[in-house]
Design a protein around this ligand. Sequence first.
Ligand code: ZN
Length: 228
Amino acid sequence: MRIALFLLAAALWGADPNVRVQLVTGGHPHDISFYGVFEGDRDFTINVNPHPSAFQSDFRKDVDVLVLYDMADMDGERERQHLREFLDAGKGMVVLHHAVIDNQHWPWWYEDVVGGRYLLKPEDGQRASTYQHDVAMRVRPVEKHPVTEGIGEFAIVDEVYNYMWVSPRSRVLLEADKPEGPKAVAWIAPWPKSRVVAIQLGHGREAHENPAYRKLVRNAILWAAGRM
Ligand SMILES: [Zn+2]
């Protein structure tokens, strides 16, 4: 109903009714099946903009939701400024899979914005995170939330990140029976100025073609855009 009203309003005002997504890649190879995750999402206008160009200009007016599928450290002050301004402006973000490794040297990023971090090395008494490919898991929703709407418990074969740090301020949405360490695989980030969702799943074809994973990513984008 809310979406129908939005579409009507957008049509009357002549605005693009689609959710405008900037999808950022770079720094990590991935299977072409990743792009199939967005197949059928005709209500999204998705622009793929890899590093380093993604953050080189102010993208606030052209983008509703930033979707990260990159793995990179952003060390340039100008790029950091554009990203901060986007998130300060109340714009949404979805952080997918290896993007939870981004910005290892930017505490504001992993503590206040994403509320989670894959540790490349031990730090402050915390052990390094580890990864494991092709793990068959069961994933279950922890609580009711628009991002997990229509998604019950599901099976997935995917890469697992063990021993990730997830902030106590993050709101965990999904847990999986991971082989080791904390079980969270999706959460609402603590960032107070906009809607940010982190989803640790999504390495390869088996995840990308999983209907529950596709629905999860779609819901996350809609929610981050304020459309749910
Ligand atoms: Zn991976």
